[in-house]
Design a protein around this ligand. Structure first.
Ligand code: PLP
Ligand code: TYF
Length: 394
């Protein structure tokens, strides 16, 4: 039977991870895959996570099934964290899912049940996994203008004009914060305008919230999500705990739906649970129980927030250092946008041959579209990196 198959395309980001690992040069620099790294280049297990795991190991009494929506305490804690009191909870339902990706997947399936073949509008550019998830779910994908390659900021007037033309059969995928791959984000005032546009047109907002706390802070990063859902009757959110809790391989996320009223929420949620049951029956618990344990415990939560703040601060410092090193060496402000961007990524806007040259000549690995992961910048090599970037882009 398998002879009918041809080779499927690989994931470029994950492939680059393999290429980097195989490079024998000790001077190589990994600015590729989006995982946080500390000053030693290690992706640590957060201290609050370790402690929560110890508690779970000691206290867990059973491994019996939890149910299709997963860990209830986790769900309630994530709603408090992400949404707070921005929307009446009677209209909200949450189902734990395997990672932000699993959450995106079940929600795309839900959209296709509600409106088969609907169009999902994604930012230009967006995380490369959005497209296949949508298309595999039967949906169409279109792009709205987003990144301005001149200013390396958001083309906001063009974005808003595109959103203003949409209607109630359209879905708009928005990055809640820390845009991947660009690092360019909406201001609060721009979020206000996006929320007003969605309220006006009736297009369905679908927020990918994979980096809450990685931009300017837990509260600051939630502004756009909360503003949008407070402004519209219906919305979807895909939450990920991979980055902010450092739980990547545990595959923990949540699919959140907001309906116009409690009855509609029940009906829509029954379809969501039906999708999950027909896919993987129930989510894995470990990551959810870790997050529940941390968020429900005052001390563990404070410890987690402190570590998250420290990670975020480190990324901002690295941004400032790299921008400054380039400014000093080039006498130009051309790369100052790196310091203005937020989250783990910046899209540098370098042509692909420059990206390839940096890899071959300097062992500097970034994604082919010239996205860098700022957490991968070694603090003692900022000058080397600045020089390599400038000489390659000449
Ligand atoms: N959405 C975006 C924009 C991402 O960058 C990621 C990255 O990992 C995800 C969703 C999903 O992550 P995960 O499935 O590992 O939680
Ligand atoms: O964009 C990134 O690098 C992260 C990690 O298929 C990632 O979001 C990359 C590719 C992928 C899954 C996760």
């Amino acid at each position: 039977m398998f002879e009918t198959l041809t080779k499927a395309p690989g994931d470029k980001i994950l492939a680059l991870m393999g290429e980097y690992a195989a490079d024998p040069r000790s001077t190589k620099i990994d600015l590729g895959v989006g995982v946080y790294k500390d000053e030693k280049g290690v992706t640590p297990v957060m201290s609050a996570v370790r402690k929560a795991e110890q508690r779970i190991l000691e206290n867990e009494k059973t491994k019996t099934y939890l149910g299709i929506a997963g860990n209830k305490g986790f769900g309630a804690a994530v709603l408090d964290l992400a949404l707070a009191d921005s929307v009446d909870r009677s209209r909200v339902r949450i189902a734990q899912a395997p990672g932000g990706t699993g959450s995106l997947w079940v929600l795309m399936q839900l959209i296709n049940r509600a409106k088969p073949g609907a169009t999902v509008w994604v930012s230009d550019p967006t995380w490369p996994n959005h497209n296949p998830i949508a298309e595999n779910s039967g949906l169409k994908v279109e792009k709205y203008p987003y990144f301005d390659t001149e200013t390396r900021g958001v083309k906001f007037p063009q974005m808003l004009a595109a959103l203003d033309k949409l209607g109630k059969d359209d879905v708009v995928l928005l990055h809640g914060c820390c845009h991947n791959p660009t690092g360019a984000n909406l201001t609060n005032e721009q979020w206000d305008q996006v929320a007003a546009s969605l309220a006006r047109t009736g297009a369905l907002p679908f927020i990918d919230l994979a980096y809450l706390g990685f931009g300017d802070g837990l509260l600051e990063d939630a502004y756009g999500t909360r503003k949008v859902i407070a402004s519209v009757p219906e919305a979807l959110i895909a939450f990920s705990g991979s980055k902010n809790f450092g739980l990547y391989r545990e595959r923990i996320g949540a699919a959140i739906l907001i309906a116009r009223d409690a009855d509609q929420a029940d009906v829509t949620n029954s379809q969501l649970l039906n999708i999950i049951r027909g896919a993987y029956s129930q989510p894995p618990d470990h990551g959810a129980e870790i997050i529940r344990t941390i968020l429900e415990d005052k001390d563990l939560r404070a410890e987690w927030e402190a570590e998250l703040n420290q990670m975020r601060g480190r990324m901002i410092t690295l941004r400032e250092k790299l921008a400054e090193a380039i400014r000093q060496r080039s006498n130009s402000k051309d790369f100052d946008f790196i310091a203005a961007h937020r989250g783990m990524f910046s899209l540098l806007g370098l042509p692909n041959d420059v990206v390839e040259h940096l890899k071959a000549a300097n062992g500097v690995y970034m994604i082919g579209d010239s996205r860098i992961n700022v957490a991968g910048i070694p603090e003692d090599r900022v000058g080397d990196l600045a020089e390599a970037m400038l000489s390659a882009s000449k």
